[in-house]
Design a protein. Structure first.
Length: 261
């Protein structure tokens, strides 16, 4: 049975009620439980779930809005503000598409961060986190042979975010969420190419399974190694692709020049 979003909020005491309400919502934003763009439950539901009056909820929400943490859109609801923004400007993303050294730096950063996150997740993942990871793997498996590129990409991003979320490191949760947004661009994500390496993409799926299995079994070292090996595979695959593409261009130009003579 699906629970109401308001069930995630705790009841509060009588002292400094508005401040306590605001602090609870702040904590949920910091930890990543409430994400940018998330719609909060209506005042009525929040008041009921926390055991407080609607005026106190309204006061707390006004405080959060003044602090720039939420947006209150009359007639639409209350939403968490975009607090992270883009990791890079469109101009910088364009530069990454032209310079392979920059792209390697991006993968190097991901390797170190995701390896650390996987190790933390293996130590800290709760039962809820583990269920989310199992669901993420199931979705990856379901989209493995899908022709829906968007669904396949989202499944990949969701899996990696689930691992990072399970690390329970709030700074990493927010930082990597911004980094994963870059995977939605063709510069930082080309699942079609990666799947073409072994003909099926089964290698990628096996790597994701290895990360999940180590996290679910509470093996930090194995989780870190599996995450690092996955990114190294991606980096090596793109390097091979770049060399292959360069040879093809040289061969085409050579043939064109010979044809002129």
């Amino acid at each position: 049975m699906k629970q109401s979003a308001s069930a995630a909020f705790d009841r509060v005491g009588n002292e400094g009620i508005a401040h306590t309400i605001a602090h609870q919502i702040e904590e949920m934003i910091v930890t990543g439980a409430l994400r940018e763009g998330t719609r909060l439950p209506p005042e009525r539901e929040l008041a009921a779930s926390m055991g407080v009056s609607r005026p106190k909820v309204r006061e707390a929400l006004k405080q959060l809005e003044d602090d720039g943490l939420i947006h209150i859109r009359h007639g639409e609801g209350t939403f968490v503000a975009d607090l992270i923004g883009a990791a890079m400007s469109p101009a910088l993303v364009s530069l990454y598409s032209k310079h392979q050294t920059a792209f390697r730096d991006y993968l190097e950063f991901r390797r170190e961060q995701e390896s650390f996150a996987a190790a933390l997740a293996a130590e800290r993942a709760t039962a809820e986190d583990k269920e989310t990871i199992r669901e993420a793997i199931a979705t990856l498996e379901a989209t493995q042979s899908s022709i829906d590129r968007a669904a396949s990409m989202e499944a990949d991003v969701h899996f990696h975010q689930a691992i990072v979320d399970a690390s329970h490191n709030s700074l990493m949760v927010h930082t990597m969420r911004s980094i994963y947004a870059l995977m939605r661009s063709h510069v930082f994500y080309n699942r079609d190419f990666l799947r073409s390496i072994d003909g099926t993409g089964e290698a990628l799926l096996d790597q994701h399974r290895a990360i999940a299995e180590a996290v679910l079994e509470g093996k930090p070292e194995a989780a870190a190694d599996a995450a690092a090996e996955h990114i190294e595979y991606v980096a090596e695959s793109f390097a091979v692709h770049a060399l292959r593409r360069r040879r093809e261009i040289v061969a085409q130009r050579r043939r064109q020049l010979l044809g002129l003579n």
